[in-house]
Write a protein that binds this ligand. Structure first.
Ligand code: SAH
Length: 243
């Protein structure tokens, strides 16, 4: 049987703790008792653990032995915000598919009220990312950045492969661009950033900005996908080439 997995709030070499809402869930819903066994993720490593004690709203564990875990894929999705129920779905799926991070982005055609409300949604998005990461037995949590305007989100100092999903692109598929880049990189796993547009698509000005920042336009095929489908399909294609 697989042990239920938790991502520790605090830890040292031999012990780890859950506090706050995670601890409350464990105490009330799962009726935590000393001796119960779980997997605890501490500092990106996974440990077979035994519940040692409960005090107030803290649950403490002894870390017994490290178990093998797969790290996230080096992929960050820059997602132009869309309707929040669909955004939450996309965050959950991105966590399941192994994305390292999501940058919620405000594009020119992002709906005004969504753009304004995005900043106040981040905490909820982070909770969803934490739950989905635990549920899919990751050893780390999908990171959700603070929302950024497109102009600053697409500017990055570090060397990364930058791909922008564009429904007008006809010649280069995401699959093709990634395969080529992975072959060229040899043994080194490049870090990858993939940007997806809002429901209304990119403006010509944004396309020019992306081009100037070395983002390569790639296609997911001849059909127009909804924004959340495009982001998750791109993540699945990328995962299939990296794993
Ligand atoms: N407004 C456009 C569709 C935008 S779809 C129209 O109706 O014509 C939203 C986003 O999903 C796009 O900006 C793009 O990033 C991505 N997307 C959708 N379909 C795609 C495809 N076939 N290939 C690549 N990206 C796609």
């Amino acid at each position: 049987m697989t042990r239920r997995r938790w991502i520790a709030d605090t830890w040292d070499e031999a012990t780890a703790s859950l506090v706050g809402s995670q601890a409350a869930h464990l105490i009330r819903v799962l009726r935590a008792q000393p001796g119960m066994e779980f997997d605890l993720v501490a500092g990106g490593r996974v440990f077979h653990s035994v519940l040692a004690g409960i005090s107030g709203d803290e649950v403490r564990f002894n870390l017994i032995a490290e178990v093998e875990a797969d790290p996230a894929l080096p992929v960050t999705l820059l997602i132009s915000v869309f309707k929040f129920d669909r955004m939450e779905w996309a965050i959950e799926k991105a966590a399941e598919l192994g994305a390292e991070g999501i940058v919620p982005m405000i594009a020119r055609r992002s709906e005004k009220h969504l753009a304004q409300a995005a900043a106040s949604r981040v905490e909820r998005w982070r909770r969803i990312a934490l739950e989905a990461s635990q549920q899919s037995r990751r050893s780390d949590v999908l990171r959700i950045a603070d929302p950024l305007p497109l102009k600053s989100a697409i500017r990055q100092e570090e060397q990364t492969l930058r791909l922008v999903l564009a429904e007008q692109e006809r010649s280069t598929t995401l699959h093709h661009a990634l395969s080529e880049a992975l072959t060229a990189a040899g043994d080194e796993m490049p870090t990858i950033r993939i940007a997806s547009g809002p429901e209304g698509g990119w403006t010509a000005e944004e396309e020019a900005m992306l081009d100037a920042e070395n983002w390569k336009a790639v296609s997911l095929g001849p059909r127009i996908l909804r924004a959340e489908t495009a982001a998750i399909a791109a993540m699945a294609v990328t995962a299939s080439l990296l794993e």
